[in-house]
Design a protein around this ligand. Structure first.
Ligand SMILES: N[C@@H](CCC(=O)N[C@@H](CS)C(=O)NCC(=O)O)C(=O)O
Length: 259
């Protein structure tokens, strides 16, 4: 279904970047759906030919992005991936994009929309994944002093424990037996915690029960076909994070999630 194999019947266009965890959320939900979608690969950053594949985390001016791909910037006014185009509408920001794909092309099951409490609760824990777990982790990756990094890793562990304690005991996923939006929100970042972090610095996840629960969660999530389909080449993923580690990133994501 990806890459618009059935080019005649493309149902929506997904503007994405292979390395982007936010875009990976939308990619997972697109894979969960049965839609025939077209992938448009975007590199929103400055290309540096001395880097593997030319990938950096250096911001490219919006004007440049417009020249490279005007349709993309029309779909995403700040020039960030992911974004989608469906018939006459465009949408950007990963979680709203995920919600739309799930409602329109999926089974609408990633959020229990029949229960207002569950809708709001999912939002709280999706934000926790983005603004606390992922943010602390990126800050640790970006820290230039060992002491700062250690303190940030402790804060990251603390936020992981908080999420873990909210996870159901009824099944492997956040909500138990049903895969949900919180699982989608966290999966790309957890993959980076396990793969990218340990390459750049020592990251030994604690052995305590909260982290065992997260292990159970990741085993189930990573085995799910929609998630497995989005796992990219590990060495390339690692090298694409170099600018965070060396504090050279100037992207919108770097400003919002690291600084
Ligand atoms: N809050 C946005 C963040 C998206 C984002 O920062 N994407 C990065 C790639 S990982 C991007 O497009 N960066 C381009 C830039 O910073 O100019 C979302 O959830 O979709």
């Amino acid at each position: 279904r990806m890459l618009g194999k059935d080019k005649e019947n493309v149902e929506f266009v997904l503007y994405s970047s292979w390395f982007c965890p936010f875009a990976q959320r939308a990619w997972i939900v697109a894979e969960e759906s049965n839609a025939n979608y077209q992938w448009v690969e975007i590199n929103p950053y400055i290309v540096d030919s001395t880097r593997p594949g030319g990938y950096t985390k250096k911001a490219q001016a919006l004007e440049q992005k417009k020249i490279a791909d005007p349709d993309f910037v029309e779909a995403s006014p700040r020039g960030l991936v992911p974004a989608i185009r469906h018939k006459g509408i465009v949408l950007w920001e990963s979680l709203p994009v995920c919600e739309y794909i799930d409602s329109v092309f999926g089974n609408g099951t990633l959020i229990d929309r029949t229960d207002p409490y569950q809708v709001s609760r999912q939002q709280i824990w999706c934000s926790h994944c983005t603004d606390r777990i992922q943010k602390k982790y990126y800050q640790a990756l970006n820290a230039q002093e060992e002491n700062d990094r250690e303190a940030l890793i402790e804060e990251f562990f603390k936020e992981c424990r908080v999420l873990s304690n909210e996870m159901s005991n009824d099944g492997p996923y956040f909500n138990g037996k049903k895969f949900s939006m919180v699982d989608v929100a966290l999966a790309p970042f957890w993959q980076r915690v396990l793969i990218v972090g340990p390459h750049y610095f020592d990251l030994n996840l604690p052995k305590e029960s909260e982290f065992q629960r997260l292990d159970i969660w990741w085993n189930a999530v990573s085995a799910r076909p929609s998630v497995a389909a989005t796992i990219v080449c590990e060495p390339r993923l690692i090298s694409s994070y170099m600018d965070y580690y060396t504090d050279l990133a100037t992207s919108d994501a770097a400003r919002n999630y690291i600084k």
